[in-house]
Design a protein around this ligand. Structure first.
Ligand code: TLP
Length: 353
């Protein structure tokens, strides 16, 4: 059976250009900084974001962790949004690995304001931890791929800097935000101390994320990466598709956004499904299925039986993600599968298909 896989943009396979770049990559030992392909990717990433330096790491989770470790000391406090990936999905690494405590802000579609940062930062007191880092997630995953504008980032970053905090962006999908709002990624990076983006999500690479920042920060992050076991050797085979991604894969993200919007509008017509179209800003669609009488897991399992893979995002919430390899026709087929699962009512009796 053909499967349409909308679980995540992490399921993408490398493009033919990426496979060729992998085969032809010049390699060396990156712990000695001798892999020319990694060095090239890092220089390209630093230039793209207008920062001094960059570091290739194995994953988005490792990118966030080396950033927290490079900015904070054990016992410090980090301010971040309550549903942020770093808090929700990174296995408690903030506490277990970095030894920092989270101070959570309730966002509005993933975003919060300078006033909320000022309120959360309690200032100097014998009783309080040192609050040393603010984290922003753009696009915000659990809010449904919602975007911060550069001026919203500038506003909260200024508030944090005035309070002597550093600011880190989890920009796993920062290119989705930049394409959706037609702004440059430098427009975000210039306001913050560090930013990470993922190669392995919308950009379609098999592995890797990159952290950017000033040279001192990147040197500290490099050492933390080594400590976490992320010092890689001939990892130019990972960097080579990353170079292809930065050079070629960004403009096509618009196609994913158009497909997500198409899917959201299609699904929004079905009784029993609730979608907040205001959150459909990039390549994700969150759907509340409570009114179908199914849990998120039951809904996901029924879709899978019919050839459509999606993710459970809450007791009654599921997520669809569009990506490279998914066409408008696939989206229409996916919506058709969902339609075939919804209750068909006659008189007082309803049956789930
Ligand atoms: N997100 C994954 C899952 O972990 C939920 C997904 O399918 O969306 N930051 C953000 C904003 C992310 O969405 C993710 C991955 C990460 C960090 C972690 O990246 P990896 O999976 O490379 O460690």
């Amino acid at each position: 059976m053909k499967m349409i896989d909308l679980r995540s943009d992490t399921v993408t396979l490398p493009t033919p250009d990426m496979m060729q770049a992998i085969a032809e990559a010049e390699l060396g030992d990156d712990v000695f900084r001798e892999d020319p392909t990694i060095n090239k990717l890092q220089e390209l990433a630093a230039r793209t974001f207008g920062k001094e330096a960059a570091l290739l790491v194995t994953s988005g989770t490792q990118a966030n962790m080396v950033s927290v470790l490079a900015h904070c000391r054990p016992g410090d406090e980090v301010i971040l949004e309550a549903d942020s990936h770093l808090q929700y999905y990174e296995v408690g690494g903030l506490a277990a690995v970095a030894g920092v405590t989270p101070r959570l802000i309730e966002g509005d579609r993933g975003r919060f304001t300078a006033a909320q940062v000022q309120e959360a930062a309690r200032g100097e007191d014998i009783y309080f931890p040192n609050t040393t880092l603010l984290e922003i997630e753009n696009t915000h995953n659990r809010a449904g791929g919602t975007c911060w504008t550069p001026s919203q980032v500038a506003e909260v970053a200024k508030a944090a800097h005035d309070l002597r905090m550093k600011v880190h962006i989890d920009g796993a999908r920062i290119f989705n935000a930049a394409v959706a709002l037609d702004v440059g990624v430098k427009d975000y990076a210039r306001h913050v101390d560090s930013l990470m983006f993922s190669l392995s999500k919308g950009l379609s690479c098999p592995v890797g994320s990159v952290v950017v920042g000033d040279s001192d920060f990147i040197e500290r992050a490099r050492k933390k990466r080594k400590m976490l076991g992320g010092g890689m050797r001939q990892a130019g085979i990972i960097a080579a598709p990353g170079i292809v991604a930065l050079n070629k894969m960004v403009p096509r993200l618009k196609e994913d956004h158009d497909n997500a919007r198409r899917l959201a509008e299609y699904l929004g017509m079905f009784d029993g499904l609730k979608i907040d179209l205001s959150t459909v800003q990039t390549n994700m669609v969150l759907v509340d299925v409570a009114d179908t009488g199914l849990t998120g897991q039951e809904f996901r399992d029924r879709a899978a039986e019919k050839g459509l893979l999606i993710s459970v995002f809450g007791p009654h919430l599921v997520r669809f993600v569009t990506h490279y390899g998914i066409t408008a026709a696939d989206v229409d087929e996916a919506a058709g599968i969902i339609e075939s699962m919804l209750p068909r009512c006659s008189g007082n009796a309803c049956a789930i298909g």
